[in-house]
Write a protein that binds this ligand. Structure first.
Ligand code: SF4
Length: 500
């Protein structure tokens, strides 16, 4: 039998914030049932470690570097470095009660004591919250863990910690500041997670799997999937996650139960839903999705007539970017559909950044390509292209202004098929409404044997290392198939039966 660790680490708290069942399985699950770690995750680890090493090697001045000290002696060495008031401590190990932290860096602030932080290979913060920017939650709860241990040891303040991001910029956060309009703070989130972690570790709370985007890269995915399918779990329905499953309650605990529900049993006389946290319209959509997954010959449908006029010139646009290289956008791909008197012509154009430093040129070429086709209607799949273009504009302001980017994505010029059409107005007999699932349902197949955005990132990394043209061609072919798939889905959307 595996011995359960007493300590709760910052990484465990981060994992719990993503999936509480993973936290439980990592502690107490049968590790023989784990899947092999995927290539993408291995690459993330290797890239993260490389980046951390590079960044830490640039820290100047007197440094107590404990990274090579044996783990058993590390805590004592950290205490010694703190007692000696080392200005910077690398790779320290700090504990208090059942909490353990290994911050990448501890920096001495003369007036406040030690402030801890981690090196991350992504951006430190994200859009959102009252100030427009906020610390990423999964990063935030990790550094909050360090801050609390330091405060309990009286070595530093509790509510402050920092991230050194992919650009090497050190960003300090006040973890007591609200990150949303409900007044949630990272410090408060960490406190809740820590207490839940203790309850799960001590066996006071049982966890169960819930299908989510996080499962794709998780080493428990096969075992969880089997369990979810065996009990026909509600989270197998698109956009039903753990909290919605909780709200559905014990009488709607499986897809067949949801499909068989009588809506009248769940609505009050004034038309609202008796279940807390779910509106009646949402419940009806969840039931429709369950019916589609349980009926043998179920067909997709639109909830209203879709406004998808056929344009003489259409452009399906998709970018590929690499979060491991600071979000570099390495490919802009365009599939054009041109309707003329002689019939329909299609062609694919790609602007590839052969090297990270070519990102700006690829961006400029992509913008010129779109500017030369002002009458073409642009189709994208999700908000990602718009977000990427905005980021590129802020990285290369000399290429264009913000208005030019906003103009590209205004409603008359561009349609986001996933966010504004598929998610809002259509239903499919599928477990998820991602492009791969819907396009395959529509009969499209990718030429690559293992197509995925994560693989594209891994291939780009290999391309940078090897310069192998076959790898570059694979990336471009994958992108081409993605944009052709979007065009195929658009055709299917135009033909969907409308049920109002
Ligand atoms: S596969 Fe999904 S549900 Fe299972 S532990 Fe991983 S993230 Fe959680």
């Amino acid at each position: 039998m595996r011995r359960l660790p007493n300590h709760i680490t910052a990484t465990m708290v981060r994992d719990l914030s993503i999936c509480e069942h993973r936290f439980h399985l990592d502690l107490a699950g049968d590790h023989a049932k784990r899947d092999a770690v995927g290539v993408f995750v291995q690459m993330l680890w290797a890239g993260g470690m490389r980046h951390e090493k590079e960044i830490l090697s640039t820290i100047e001045g007197p440094v107590a570097d404990l990274r090579d000290v044996d783990l058993d002696e590390r805590e004592e060495e950290t205490s010694r470095a703190v007692a000696a008031m080392a200005p910077v401590i690398l790779g320290g190990r700090i504990t208090h009660a059942d909490q353990l932290g290994m911050p990448d860096v501890m920096r001495l602030d003369p007036s406040r004591g030690y402030i801890a932080g981690d090196v991350k290979s992504g951006a430190a913060d994200e859009p959102g919250g009252p100030t427009g920017r906020r610390c990423k939650k999964d990063y935030g709860v990790q550094i909050s863990h360090y801050g609390k241990i330091l405060a309990q040891k009286r070595w530093g303040p509790s509510g402050s910690a920092f991230i050194i991001d992919h650009d090497g910029e050190e960003v300090e956060y006040d973890l007591m500041t609200a990150i949303d309009n409900r007044g949630t703070t990272i410090d408060g989130l960490h406190t809740k997670l820590l207490s839940r972690a203790r309850l799960i570790r001590n066996g006071c709370i049982e966890t169960s799997p819930a299908a989510s985007a996080a499962c794709a890269q998780c080493h428990w995915r096969s075992s969880c999937r089997r369990e979810l399918e065996e009990r026909k779990d509600p989270t197998l329905l698109p956009q039903v996650g753990r909290s919605l499953r909780h709200a559905l309650g014990p009488t709607l605990a499986s897809v067949p139960q949801i499909a068989a529900m009588r809506m009248s049993n769940y609505s009050t006389t004034n038309g609202s839903c008796v279940l807390k946290g779910i509106g009646i319209e949402r419940l009806a959509r969840i039931r429709d999705r369950a019916i589609l997954l349980t009926e043998p010959d179920a067909k997709p449908f639109a909830r209203r007539a879709l406004d998808l006029p056929v344009h003489a010139h259409e452009i399906h646009y998709d970018v590929e970017s690499d979060p491991l290289q600071g979000g570099v956008v390495y490919l802009h791909g365009f599939h054009e559909v041109v309707r003329g008197p002689a019939g329909v012509e299609t062609r694919y154009t790609a602007f590839f950044a052969y090297d990270i430093k070519d990102e700006g040129t690829a961006f400029e070429n992509a913008l010129n390509f779109l500017a030369a086709r002002p009458d073409a209607h642009i189709y994208i799949w999700s908000r990602f292209e718009r977000t990427s273009m905005r980021q590129l504009q802020s990285r290369y302001p000399a290429v264009c202004g913000t208005e030019e980017i906003e103009d590209l994505f205004r409603e008359e010029r561009c349609t986001d098929l996933y966010t504004d059409v598929v998610l809002k107005h259509t239903e499919w007999p599928l477990h998820s409404y991602g492009l791969k699932k819907i396009a395959r349902y529509c009969g499209f197949e990718w030429r690559d044997e293992d197509p995925s955005g994560a693989n594209s990132i891994a291939w780009f990394s290999s391309w940078l290392e090897t310069g192998d043209r076959a790898i570059r061609d694979r990336i471009i072919q994958y992108n081409e198939d993605d944009v052709i798939a979007t065009a195929r889905v658009l055709e299917a959307l135009r033909l969907l039966e409308v049920r109002q």
